[in-house]
Design a protein around this ligand. Structure first.
Ligand code: AMP
Length: 407
């Protein structure tokens, strides 16, 4: 399933290997308070050491915004990583990340040595994917390994730009596992398989809806995108979000669902507001009956119940996009209700994709109840035949569920 080559396809004996890790760990007073990401990175690092490579680790940490910030130095990570690996991880302290110190440290490496570069975001070029820093990073190494699933949806120097200048680029075990997991969840789902789509726009999820209709047993559509469907069906939607160019598309999707025997559920009631504000006046009305000057900002209580009932027996759920403008507490209930239903599902694989749904679930404290949370914006993940805007990436597999691999 994995198209990209992995570390298993190469042997890096005596080669310099730059490994993009996700060491963006929480730090309190210089102490790492959650080392899951360090532990998760070990298998790839150990494989490269076993090959006899010169292993050069890099990562970002927090948001230093393009300048050195001592409190966001990766130095504590090198210390803890040395303990976890049982061998020294030399920290290449260098305010330029790839400056004289880092170069000297790399030049002095012997086969099997490991060093860690300074926080890649000390450089302002990093988040802009500018060539200068990409080239500098690339100049340190012969091989590039991307094992940072958490940043895979972003095009930065240290995960994307650098690959322009290093001929051999492969993925690490962590990345591979996560891609496999996401791919497997949708390629070989335990059924019933449901997808829940929400968020602002139909247009950003067109290919997703189309693909999902070939795969799922149940498709639930909520959030701002549902109003395009409501209008297409002849409903009144007031000033709710709507993409008039996609009315026909919405009708096509409804038809396709029917032809395929996919149950497609849309909201039946909505929380509407007279302004896009948490202080707005609100009321609950049936879908398609929104008065002029009002807009739908969340699914209503009947819809919550409808969705909850439909989801109660599913075995695989993929969720992308909130049910309403959940950043405002007044319009968060629908998203919370769905999160609660998913958190309560026993023996189901739940894949939460998309920055907003993932952060909603995490902020609500349900993160540890979900099999798999991927964060990030609109990157599209191609897994075999599946192209799903599930998006990327952080993995949390805490759920004690035999159908879910733990790692
Ligand atoms: P997306 O990036 O397409 O997943 O959209 C996420 C955004 O959609 C969030 O910021 C939500 O506030 C917003 N959203 C969801 N439902 C609505 C709605 N009914 N009206 C306006 N914005 C919404």
């Amino acid at each position: 399933m994995l198209n990209k080559k992995s570390v298993d396809d190469i042997n890096v004996k005596s080669q310099r290997v730059l490994v993009r890790c996700d060491f963006n760990v929480p730090l309190v007073d210089g102490k790492i308070t959650d080392e899951n990401r360090l532990v998760a990175a070990l298998p790839t690092i150990k494989k490269l050491i076993a090959d006899g490579g010169k292993v050069i680790l890099c990562s970002h940490l927090g948001k230093p915004k393009g300048e050195p910030k001592p409190e966001l130095s990766l130095a504590p990570v090198a210390v803890r990583l040395s303990e976890l690996l049982g061998q020294e991880v030399k920290f290449a302290a260098d305010p330029e990340v790839v400056g004289p110190n880092a170069r000297a440290a790399v030049a002095a490496m012997k086969d099997g040595d490991v060093i860690l570069l300074e926080n890649t975001r000390y450089r302002k070029e990093e988040t802009k994917n500018e060539d200068t820093f990409s080239q500098e990073l690339a100049s340190l190494a012969d091989v590039f390994v991307n094992d940072a699933f958490g940043t895979a949806h972003r095009a930065h120097c240290s995960n994307v730009g650098v690959t322009k200048y290093i001929k051999t680029a492969v993925v690490g075990y962590l990345m591979q596992k996560e891609i496999d997991f996401l791919g497997n969840a949708v390629d070989n789902p335990k059924r019933p398989f449901a997808a829940i789509l929400g968020g602002a726009k139909v247009s950003s999820k067109i290919s997703v809806i189309n693909n999902l209709l070939d795969k799922v047993d149940l498709l639930i559509i909520g959030g701002g995108m549902a109003y395009t469907f409501a209008k297409a069906q002849g409903g009144k939607i007031g000033t709710s979000l709507c993409e008039d160019d996609y009315l026909d598309y919405a009708l096509d999707m409804l038809k396709k669902a029917e032809e395929k025997g996919v149950k497609l559920l849309l909201p039946v009631d909505n929380v509407i507001a007279d302004a896009f504000s948490n202080d707005a006046n609100t009321q609950i009305v049936k879908t398609g009956e929104i008065p002029d000057g009002w807009q739908g900002l969340d699914i209503g209580p009947e819809t919550q119940k409808l969705f909850a009932d439909a989801l109660k027996d599913v075995k695989t759920v993929v969720w992308n996009g909130p049910m309403g403008a959940f950043e405002m507490p007044k319009f968060a209930d629908g998203t919370i209700a769905v999160a609660k239903v998913l958190a309560g599902l026993e023996d189901a694989i739940t894949v939460i994709g998309g920055g907003d749904s993932a952060s909603a679930v995490n902020n609500l404290g349900f993160g540890d109840k979900m099999s798999h949370i991927s964060t990030g914006g609109g990157a599209s993940l191609e897994c075999g035949a599946v192209s799903i805007l599930l998006v990327i990436i952080i993995l949390r597999l805490y759920k004690s569920n035999e159908s879910v691999k733990r790692y």
